[in-house]
Write a protein that binds this ligand. Structure first.
Ligand code: UGA
Length: 443
């Protein structure tokens, strides 16, 4: 919405949430205190907040006045009942649809922005049309699907220069209205029209394909380690094939973030629902490889530290699921750190943007004696037995290893799960390195 506000000065935008604290945070005059860290976002907010972008809890007036309402609520994996652990919990989407249905006046275009299971638009339509009588109450609705393809950390650039904008729907006029909004900064040939179901499915499918590439490269990383190959070299050679392309081929500790796992689970659930078990099994494997990658990293750490982590201190570099974000949802750091703590290790955790409070809720109370949070990255090395690099923050690529070598215990192990270090440099100062996908020690 901030980016739409930036490029469409004539459109008045209200971001509504029922959580007062959240809205207050978005209205904070100190831009460093906005709830989400995203490069470039605070600058845009600073420019549009007093003009055409308002953060408010005034749900009723905002819906009444709106020509278009975007539903952008959370759709986490369902915890209980039918489809638990597999499909999305749609309670907030449903609540939004009910509120819009009750409050809206005149014609309102309702846009699905949250990533949703395929055919959710049907649910939204049913709720919108069931709870009112169009003619009597002088209200009508069009439902569109307009999935979001931005990635965290690069969100502003992704929004300003999208590969495509997808608009799914049945009402051509409504689709053209939404297209007009994007035409303020997106070229016409990048705006695609589809039917509602293609739009919903394309979003899940795009994320599944991206996650599939990561699981593919991660599975090969293990093979590199045992054969003497190097995953960076393999990815480069494979990615040079223009049919394959060189993006999204970086090996790591497994994909995290709020979307990939959830969207694949939705795809799996949908396939099973329609009796397509082979399709479901195929996509499920992507998640299995992802869990296995995290597990085998943890096993490597234990194995190299002589099978015992009791009374050992391990530094953790990075807790976010990727660099340039403070988001920790589904971060591979979560499972890896919990397993290390369970094995008896004491963790010294650093991240440039994730707060201590956030980590504290994730690692839970019973574990709180088994880890510390440090602000200075070099502190994680004090009397440590090992360090594990879990997020590819720029700062971790250029650490002063000569200085670090003076602080650590010996033997000292570095586990580089993002393949960001240069093994030659570390060899000179006699620090042990295990690097993901790098079989350099094999002759
Ligand atoms: C992802 C998609 O990239 C977006 O297109 C989509 O809009 C978004 O989900 C969503 O559905 O909301 P995001 O999860 O923010 O975006 O971040 P990604 O850059 O896709 O990274 C996801 C995970 O994959 C991270 O843990 C990252 O470290 C990992 N990754 C990514 C790799 O391990 N290797 C790679 O080459 C790329």
């Amino acid at each position: 919405m901030a980016v739409i506000a930036k490029y469409c000065p004539n459109i008045e935008i209200k971001v509504v949430d029922i959580n007062q604290e959240r809205i207050d945070a978005w209205n904070n005059s100190n831009l460093n205190k906005l709830p989400i860290f995203e490069p470039g976002l605070s600058e845009i907010i600073n420019n549009v907040r007093e003009k055409n972008l308002e953060f408010t809890t005034n749900l009723v007036d905002s819906i009444k006045e709106a020509d278009m309402v975007f539903i952008s609520v959370n759709t986490p994996i369902k915890q209980n009942g039918i489809g638990a652990g597999q499909t999305s919990d749609l309670r907030w989407v449903e609540a939004c649809a009910r509120q819009i249905s009750e409050i809206a006046i005149g014609h309102t275009i309702v846009v699905e922005k949250s990533t949703l299971p395929v055919r959710t638009a049907k649910t939204i339509k049913e709720i919108l049309f069931a709870t009112n009588d169009n003619n009597q109450q002088n209200k009508s609705f069009s439902v569109l699907s307009n999935p979001e393809f931005l990635a965290e950390g690069t969100a502003i650039n992704d929004l300003e220069n999208p590969d495509r904008v997808l608009i799914g729907g049945e009402d051509k006029e409504a689709m053209l209205s939404l297209k007009q909004v994007y035409l303020n900064w997106v070229k016409e040939d990048k705006i695609i029209f589809t039917n509602l179901w293609s739009s919903e499915l394309s979003k899940l499918c795009a994320n599944a394909f991206l996650a599939q590439r990561i699981s593919s490269i991660n599975s090969i990383s293990a093979l590199c380690e045992v054969t003497g190959a190097n995953i960076g070299e393999v990815a480069n050679a494979v990615g040079q094939d223009s049919r394959i392309g060189n993006k999204f081929l970086k090996t790591g500790p497994g994909f995290g973030g709020s979307c990939f796992k959830k969207d694949i689970l939705n795809l799996v659930y949908l396939s099973r629902f329609y009796g397509l078990d082979e399709v479901a099994d195929y996509w499920e494997k992507i998640i299995e490889i992802n869990s296995w990658q995290k597990m085998r990293i943890y096993e490597q750490i234990v194995k190299n530290l002589f099978g015992n982590l009791v009374d050992k201190k391990i530094g953790i570099l990075g807790f976010a699921f990727k660099a340039n974000t403070n988001d920790t949802r589904e971060s591979p750091a979560i499972d890896i750190c919990k397993n290390l703590i369970n094995e008896g290790a004491f963790l010294s955790i650093h991240d440039y943007k994730v707060s201590k409070e956030n980590i504290s809720t994730i690692l839970s109370k019973e574990n709180n004696k088994n880890w510390e949070y440090v602000f200075d990255v070099y502190e994680v090395f004090n009397s440590s037995d090992a360090v594990v690099i879990l997020t590819e923050w720029e700062g971790y690529k250029n650490l002063n290893w000569n200085e670090i070598a003076l602080k650590t215990k010996r033997p000292f192990w570095i586990f580089d799960t993002r393949a960001i270090l240069r093994p030659e440099e570390l060899k000179k100062i006699n620090l042990n390195l295990w690097q993901i996908g790098n079989g350099y020690q094999i002759n």
